[in-house]
Design a protein around this ligand. Structure first.
Ligand code: DAK
Length: 260
């Protein structure tokens, strides 16, 4: 896979996808969004890609938002196409079976924070700054930010962050439950890789179905969510991974999962 704005490295199933446009603080222009969509699609169907980490190139930014310079020149039709493209990327991350971790190494603003929120969870460095500056540009979040943030931390804190356009520190994001853990900048990627490797070593069908149950269950009544969980649980009993995982426990050996 060759991309102009992405670096992709696969180490034993842990894929690090780096958005590589540091001269613009990794801002998401149409080209980056096209490449991201295409890379995620290819990785989803690559059996060698077990867990994905998304991060930003350079010292300063994860992603400083959608590309303001490109958006400034857009017609209404181009703005619409741009929105649809961005939303496809966010939805792809939610729908894909592969777990995706955001390693937020600096500014995660606007569309950049939306990209991180579209991942399954977020690790951040102490240097990270998170916010939704859209209102300072006369717009509002449009890649799922209002929906994902309010579902994650509740409407009151989401309202404060989105209405003010202010940035918050990694520590505050941790306290608010936006990020799972905060690390020193030089440790962030290693810690994300460590967690990704732990996930890559378990039964990935169970992980994929759990991701599906959590994401879809949030849009259901609790009773429907329980019913959905039970049916996915039942399906796993038709897999080789379930037989292998339980046999390995009984035999007191390490399970070798194949994802079948
Ligand atoms: N877009 C384009 N270029 C950007 C950028 C951005 N978002 N952020 C930074 N850059 C560029 C700067 O222009 C500068 O380029 P040169 O001038 O050197 O050519 C370079 O990156 C370095 O930035 P600074 O010189 O500004 O660096 P500082 O350390 O001084 O400041 C900063 C860092 C992150 C505080 C500052 O760059 C900044 O405020 N950037 C803008 C952050 C921002 O407002 N982000 C939100 C963008 S709006 C939609 C869906 C979603 C969205 C829109 C529509 N639809 C559904 C329609 C999303 C919108 C957004 O994300």
């Amino acid at each position: 896979m060759e991309f102009k704005n992405l670096l992709i490295e696969n180490a034993e199933g842990v894929v690090t996808l780096t958005i590589n446009r540091p001269q613009a603080l990794n801002a998401l222009n149409s080209e980056v969004l096209t490449e991201l969509g295409s890379a995620l699609y290819q990785l989803e169907y690559d059996p060698g890609a077990k867990v994905i980490i998304i991060t930003g190139a350079g010292e300063k930014a994860f992603v400083a938002g959608a590309d303001i310079k490109e958006m400034a020149e857009m017609s209404s039709y181009e703005g619409h196409r741009f929105a649809v493209k961005g939303q496809h990327v966010m939805m792809a991350m939610e729908k894909m079976k592969t777990p995706v971790i955001a390693a937020v190494n600096g500014f995660a603003l606007g569309g950049g924070l939306e990209l991180a929120l579209g991942c399954d969870f977020i690790y951040a460095s102490t240097k990270a700054r998170l916010g939704f500056p859209e209102v300072t540009l006369g717009i509002m979040p449009g890649f799922g930010g209002t929906q994902n943030l309010a579902r994650l931390i509740g409407p009151n804190r989401a309202n404060e962050l989105i209405f003010t356009g202010r940035m918050i520190t990694a520590e505050k994001a941790l306290a608010w439950g936006i990020v799972n853990e905060v690390f020193a900048p030089e440790e962030l990627l290693d810690k994300a890789k460590e967690t990704a490797a732990a996930i890559a070593g378990v039964g990935l069908l169970g992980v994929a179905y759990a991701k599906d149950a959590i994401a879809n269950g949030l849009n259901m009544t609790k009773e429907d969510g329980f019913r959905y969980e039970a049916s996915l649980f039942g399906v796993l009993f038709a897999t080789e991974d379930q037989k292998e995982g339980m046999a390995a426990f009984v035999d007191k050996r390490k399970a070798v999962f194949t994802g079948k």
